[in-house]
Write a protein that binds this ligand. Structure first.
Ligand code: HEM
Length: 469
């Protein structure tokens, strides 16, 4: 089957989307002290975009930044067992996901991964796809009816939350009391201290972290709603009810450990479903918010997407089989993930002594692999700050330097939702771009900051132009 479509060579862009200025270490220190700069992306010195490995000069524990692709492979793939998830990541997410797969380690994680991976197998995408389409149709109706400017980032959070929720539970987010889950998630993300530089620098190795009451309350609310939904499903199962179709909740409930024959108990189910909901929407929402912002600044790229959609789908629906053929639209999504990787910092803790580039890494050291830095590294990318989707067209993608593009991580902990995210991303980019153009108000005020994901520091407000009107 021919997967590529002969389109005209796409326009080469020189557009530089917003990013913090690259400053010297002294200038950054001054900004931290005098301007109380607290955003991690704004605290990265220019040198960090050139080095292969370096030690953060301050902090109670030793913190290493590793950009060298060979060492990244060592940490995340070859010696993954020696570098488990860091205590910082665990502390931030534990109130929400308990011992869920995103933060568990060792045997617990191995069992969970064995049981969960089949639920994410490729074929399930065909079941998830109609759910994604349902979520996109809801957003299209909302945007078509919008009377004034909309907030692009909030719209993307809603559509991706709806898509993952429908995929998990086979019902729309708005149709049940689960709407509260979405609102509580937004509150959680506003208050979770995961990427607070002060916490990172002042925490001792494997330190304990104080509970933040607002985090605890939001998490209690989310887990309460998820618990009720799971109880409903367990009751149905006990009553012998057979559901039509299969969703992610059903797949995870049905999963059995092939080694022990055990299944997830109720609390474990809540943990895993909470991971899917969190990991499965804010990440995609972040990429899409940046994509639509960039498209609002580069009409020629938006036009290229429209041409591709027209060529492949005509005026008809965008079907699952079309998605793999939309190579340009996918390249736009991937290039956005290069410049705005939602998970910008992957943190691990060293559990054994190691030696890398003549540096001695000791147990307890924090090791940071940053897709943000690696994706913008001067030595790995030509014009790293320029948005150029052609880099990811199939013929060019093969030439990328190995392990310099890792939006989904690497190794045994690689994201199992990557296929889902890219299908959803291409569908949403194609569906909305074909129907609307967005005109961002005050684009010069849009800047990235690091929260749970890389978000704009204020809402991206945009006028919606309905091309079908
Ligand atoms: C653009 C979208 C997404 C991005 C950029 C992304 C990124 C990542 C990254 C970088 C990791 C590894 C973190 C680490 O090694 O510390 C990860 C893990 C994970 N992601 Fe995603 N993700 C995305 C979408 C999704 C979706 C849609 C789902 C579920 C439907 C999902 C579920 C998970 C899970 C369960 C893990 C934990 C895997 C494990 O530890 O074994 N992600 N993701």
């Amino acid at each position: 089957m021919n997967l590529t479509v002969p389109v005209e060579p796409p326009p080469s862009s020189n557009y530089r989307p917003p990013a913090p200025a690259r400053r010297s270490e002294a200038a950054i220190l001054a900004r931290a002290v005098f301007l109380r700069q607290r955003d991690l992306l704004n605290l990265l010195p220019a040198e960090a975009y050139r080095l292969k490995m370096g030690k953060v000069p301050i902090g109670k524990r030793r913190i290493w930044i590793v950009n060298d692709p060979k060492l990244i492979r060592r940490i995340l793939v070859e010696k993954a067992e020696d570098y488990p998830k860091s205590d910082l990541m665990v502390a931030a997410l534990k109130p929400l996901v308990g011992d869920g797969i995103f933060i568990s380690n060792g045997h617990t994680w191995k069992r969970q991964r064995r049981m969960i991976e089949p639920s994410f197998a490729h074929m399930r995408l065909t079941t998830a796809y109609p759910q994604m389409v349902g979520a996109v149709d809801t957003l299209i109706s909302e945007l078509a009816a919008a009377k004034g400017p909309v907030e692009l980032d909030a719209a993307m959070s809603r559509v991706t939350a709806d898509a993952i929720y429908r995929t998990i539970f086979s019902e729309p987010l708005a149709s049940s009391d689960a709407r509260g889950v979405f609102d509580a998630f937004q509150r959680y993300q506003d208050v979770v201290p995961q990427v607070n530089p002060k916490t990172i620098i002042s925490s001792p190795a494997n330190g304990s972290f104080d509970d933040v009451p607002a985090v605890v309350n939001a998490c209690r609310e989310i887990r309460g709603v998820l618990g009720r939904l799971i109880d409903r499903r367990l009751a149905e199962e006990a009553a012998g009810k057979v559901r039509d179709g299969d969703d992610l909740a059903g797949a995870v409930m049905a999963a059995r450990d092939r080694e022990t024959g055990t299944r997830f108990d109720r609390d474990e189910l809540i943990d895993q479903i909470a991971v899917f909901f969190l990991a499965g929407h804010e990440t995609s929402a972040s990429v899409l918010a940046w994509s639509f912002f960039i498209l609002s600044q580069t009409p020629e790229i938006a036009a290229e997407i429209r041409a591709e959609v027209k060529e492949i789908c005509g005026d008809g629906p965008i079907e699952y089989a079309h998605i793999a053929r939309m190579v340009y639209t996918r390249a736009v999504f991937k290039e956005t993930m290069r410049l705005y990787p939602p998970v910008s910092f992957i943190t691990r803790i060293a559990t054994r002594s190691d030696e890398m580039r003549d540096h001695k890494v000791e147990p307890g050291d924090l090791v940071v692999v940053s897709p943000w830095l690696v994706h913008r590294h001067d030595k790995f990318w030509k014009d790293p700050e320029v948005f150029r989707p052609e880099r990811f067209l199939p013929e060019n993608e093969k030439k990328l330097k190995a392990d310099t593009y890792l939006p989904f991580g690497l190794g045994p902990r690689v994201c199992p939702g990557g296929g889902f995210a890219q299908t959803e991303g291409v569908l949403i980019l194609a569906s909305l771009t074909r129907r609307f153009a967005f005109e961002t108000l005050a684009p010069e005020k849009v800047n990235p900051v690091c929260r749970m994901t890389v978000r704009p520091d204020a809402a991206i407000r945009a006028r919606v132009i309905d091309l079908a009107a």
